[in-house]
Design a protein around this ligand. Structure first.
Ligand SMILES: Cc1cc2nc3c(=O)[nH]c(=O)nc-3n(C[C@H](O)[C@H](O)[C@H](O)COP(=O)(O)OP(=O)(O)OC[C@H]3O[C@@H](n4cnc5c(N)ncnc54)[C@H](O)[C@@H]3O)c2cc1C
Length: 419
């Protein structure tokens, strides 16, 4: 039996502590907050989209960074195992649209409740309001940790599951990155991801609060398409948010970096969104539809003829962008003017100036380099007995329950791999 310390009581840490205790070790879970799983409480808008019920092979299509690294973790502790474990421990689950799994109660607290029961049964010692200051490593072997209050706790193995940098009020303040760097373990650049985008155009702000459904969005960096999706988006006071914008943000920093590298002259990359408001219609079909609308209401002013085409909040903006006189009668709108309207509707360009910061990011992209970690055990290749799990690692995925499953799976594998 080894003495195991788990640093961080989020999803990854709770699961790691359970797996290590289940393997027969004496486990202490150290959490600096007053309670376990502070971030889990706010996931899925308080409902906790705890995982995704898709097949494991399909899971990997939803991973943005380092999917191959996750093969062992996800095959060893897959979605089904997580769901069985939670249900056996009193948290009934349901599957919603797109395979998203939630507690039947719609309360994230029920996930924490189940995890607490599991930890208690395995006799995991839980130290709350306890912060780890640094790792104790001697001759590349794990010896224990030093707490912020100066106390030393010895251990044979330590699992670092301290999360990333997003929503720091939940406790994820990047401590694990420091622990890694202190021990010469590489950490890749960290950036906010699944995060709203800031935009330049003033008209975007006029649309604040407008939510669009069934639209298509592309992310273009120096004219090259980096993302193309269909679904919902939202205009805000600073730019755009909602599922499409958040997913597009997963590609923002890597694409900009790649474009800058290519250019070599230091000029900034041009980042644009191309919004298709009518993705179900081709440009020709849309033109015919507009023509039909205009012919049926020949004497209407242009400004009054667009309500069937766009949400009402959008009409003044589209009029302004089209450059067509709002008072012009629709029977006098020329072919060229109509074409302009069609192209604006199918390819409305928005300039992206950046993303919101970590405080608003669902996930951190970047982290402890997977090159430093054995994917079959989650153990550091440099320090014996040191393991990493969860968002602290350089792995991330789209929304839909995938990021939490990565935390559960890597946590389980780390805990289960301690010899
Ligand atoms: C608003 C929001 C909604 C989300 N919704 C979903 C969703 O519905 N589905 C989904 O799959 N994903 C969702 N995510 C992402 C998901 O929550 C994270 O990927 C996941 O919680 C990461 O788990 P973790 O255990 O690795 O890290 P964390 O949950 O960040 O846990 C790390 C823990 O370590 C503790 N800690 C840090 N440093 C120290 C230290 N020095 N000493 C002691 N303790 C320390 C922290 O206090 C914290 O409790 C959401 C994220 C956010 C921000």
């Amino acid at each position: 039996m080894s003495k195991v310390l788990v640093i961080g009581g989020g999803a990854a840490g709770m699961m790691a502590a359970y797996a290590a205790a289940e393997s027969g070790h004496q486990v202490t879970l150290i959490e600096k907050n007053e309670k376990l799983g502070k971030k889990v409480y706010i996931t899925g808008k308080g409902r906790c989209n705890v995982t995704n019920a898709c097949a494991t092979e399909d899971f990997f299509n939803q991973v943005v960074t380092n999917k191959k690294f996750l093969y062992s973790a996800l095959y060893q502790f897959d979605t089904d195992r997580l769901m069985n474990l939670l249900e056996e421990n009193g948290c009934k689950l349901k599957v919603e649209r797109g395979g998203r799994v939630f507690p039947v109660s719609d309360h994230a607290s029920d996930i924490i409740g189940a995890m607490k029961r599991i930890l208690n049964r395995q006799k995991v010692e839980i130290m709350l309001l306890t912060e780890v200051e640094k790792l104790l490593v001697k001759d590349q072997e794990m010896k224990g940790v030093v707490l912020k209050n100066g106390e030393t706790i010895t251990a044979d193995a330590v699992i670092v599951s301290t999360g990333g940098l997003s929503y720091e009020t939940t406790g994820s303040t990047g401590d694990g990155f420091k622990f890694a760097k202190d021990n010469k373990i590489a950490v890749t650049e960290t950036v906010p991801s699944l995060v709203p985008l800031e935009t330049a155009e003033k008209w975007c702000q006029k649309l604040q609060g407008l939510s669009l459904k069934n639209v298509a969005l592309k992310l273009l960096v120096d004219g090259k398409e980096k993302y193309n999706g269909f679904g919902e988006m939202l205009f805000t006071h600073f730019g755009v948010s909602g599922p499409l914008a958040l997913t597009a943000s997963c590609y923002y920093y890597s694409a900009v970096k790649q474009a800058m590298k290519k250019k070599k002259d230091g000029t900034p990359a041009e980042v644009k969104l191309s919004l298709d408001l009518k993705p179900a219609l081709t440009a020709e079909q849309l033109d015919k539809r507009i023509l039909r609308d205009f012919e049926s209401e020949q004497n209407k002013a242009f400004k009054n003829a667009l309500n069937g085409l766009y949400p009402s909040k959008m009409v003044p903006v589209m009029i302004e962008l089209s450059g067509i006189d709002p008072e012009q009668k629709v029977n006098l709108v020329t072919r060229e003017q109509r074409q302009k309207l069609v192209s604006l509707t199918k390819d409305l360009r928005i300039t992206v100036t950046g993303t919101r910061d970590f405080k608003e990011a669902i996930i951190t992209q970047g982290g402890v380099s997977v090159k430093e970690i054995n994917p079959s055990t989650m153990e550091s290749k440099k320090v014996k007995g040191l393991f990493f799990a969860g968002e602290v690692l350089d792995v991330d995925a789209f929304t839909g329950g995938f990021n939490l499953q990565i935390a559960w799976s890597t946590g389980y594998l780390a805990g289960n791999s301690i010899s």
